[in-house]
Design a protein around this ligand. Sequence first.
Ligand code: FES
Length: 105
Amino acid sequence: MVSKEGIMARKIARCADIPEGGNIVVSLEDGREVAIFHIGEEYYALDNRCPHMEGPLGEGELDGCVVTCPWHGWQFDVRNGECQNMPGEQAKKIPLTVEDGFIWI
Ligand code: FES
């Protein structure tokens, strides 16, 4: 599959493996980790490294659309990566596509 940017997309997870209201963490072949969140009918992905000190966002508590970093409590809207309690801070959002029951990035 080719992404909107014209880059070959990779299939990284099966939608059925991500519980609604929860998330999983996927390790990519280049060593990066992606936290994928399932909220309602939608899926969102963030780089698993918190922009503060690289805490594992995928291990944070998810409350609605907001994940709390387990290390120092910064909170991020998983839909866009915006930090809710540290204005101007931003987790890296990773664009994804859902097709044939799989997540592609
Ligand atoms: S590493 Fe996430 S809040 Fe500090």
